[in-house]
Design a protein around this ligand. Sequence first.
Ligand code: AMP
Ligand code: GLY
Length: 426
Amino acid sequence: MKILILGSGGREHALAWAVKRSQRVSEVVCAPGNGGIAEIARCLPVDLKDVAAMVRLVEAEQPALTIVGPEVPLSLGIVDALQERGLRVFGPTRAAAMLESSKGFAKRFLQRHNIPTANYAVCATAAEIERDIDFFYPPIVVKADGLHAGKGVIICESRHAAIETAEELLSGRLLGAKESHVIFEEFLEGDEISFLCLSDGKHVAPLVPAQDHKRIGEGDTGPNTGGMGVYSTDAMLEPAMTEWILRHIAEPTVRGMAEEGTPFIGVLYCGLMMTARGPEVLEFNARFGDPETQAILLRLESDLVDALEACIDGRLAETELRWSPGASACVVASSSGYPGSYQNGFPITGLAAAARVPGVQVFHAGSSRSANGQILTAGGRVLGVTAAAPTLEEALARAYEAMELIHFEGIYYRHDIGHRALKKRP
Ligand code: AMP
Ligand code: GLY
């Protein structure tokens, strides 16, 4: 089989690595890919915002299966466009991807189906903002309706700040583009868990859970990022809690989408807050998480391509996912200045030595390859140094051992990935 992956980040590097391990896969093509992906797949340029260009590429390549990594092409309807032409693709349709691309849609959907989530209001005008703000006590969570790569959520410490933020989202002053709707939300407290499932439109199969570290600074301080590291262990969720989340969140979501005529086929990523009154949905993503996927796929023992095909063909109930017991961790190396502005083009050294540390895979998030084969930095998040081991302590030790061998100008990474799990141990 020839597989084509759309995307260019660490998630897509991990997907390319995982599908390459399948006995059934003879070739992997990635568009546009990055410097690390180019070592295991043929990379072709494409604009992930241009549906017609992506369709032309897939038609020219004729892969047996296309896998869509990021949210933007999903929200633009790449899956619908490929399906209309009879091309086999893994991912949700545009209508199903609205669980991620419109937070207002997701909140109303959750309420319609009695799925636990924070109380909220959706506002389209200044008058609605004035009317609804008094239902909330600070801190008040203010969210843009649309996709903003993690920058569309602002936590406000006062009523006044929340009104101002909401109005700036509507006017376009805050994020550049005007938002049609803003959402106020009750502030939830607890541990966050990334609970990802495969869905074939009827059934769900959970992947191993993961915990992301969104803040740039150690001790979870500073601004939010796309994710600075993640870990996954079996101990993160008791089996009874996994069952509860499946019964009350993941299954009702997939059932509700099917009932509404927009079945969800793909990866349903439930961003959960484990609150005092139980797990509640913070957000949905309609795709694999980044960097969750890097840590999760390192633990997958069964064939990823079989599992994705089972989703497309409605056979997920008969498919078994097998996982290595123990733990994995991914530590992200970022460019100095990220999540603000940063410089690209610095040579990265030590990659080969890092890859020789047992249990380690170095996934590239933002890298490029120069004409003479040198790997250069080309993004805010540059690498995800990922390791699996029988325990979380060992997985982290391996990831950090490998990280210390890697260098580029301005390299930054958090030294405390997994600290929350380790602290809880008696
Ligand atoms: P989202 O893009 O909706 O996942 O939000 C990004 C981050 O904002 C989440 O991972 C949480 O850390 C935080 N967040 C979102 N909604 C809430 C909420 N209702 N209460 C507390 N924190 C939240
Ligand atoms: N790690 C969060 C995300 O993929 O959106």
